[in-house]
Design a protein around this ligand. Sequence first.
Ligand code: SF4
Length: 82
Amino acid sequence: MSAELNIDWTRCQGRGLCIELLTGVLDSDPWGYPLALDGRAAGHGRVHVVGDHLEAAREAVKMCPLSALSLQEEAGALEGRR
Ligand code: SF4
């Protein structure tokens, strides 16, 4: 199973919580904003997530303090808290 993690750059302030939760998927740019590692990016602000990282991605969506993340899975989208 796979999913696409979407980062809303207009909301993200680069605090880095998602980077800690998704070690091996995300890295930070020089200003602390999340970026995809290893060419996983499906497009600007979109990161392909697979297998063991899916649960961490769900947690990142729930935990993001600025609701800047959403996850599009096969069965539908899980939106961040508003
Ligand atoms: S947790 Fe949210 S606000 Fe923090 S870096 Fe990730 S996307 Fe940005």
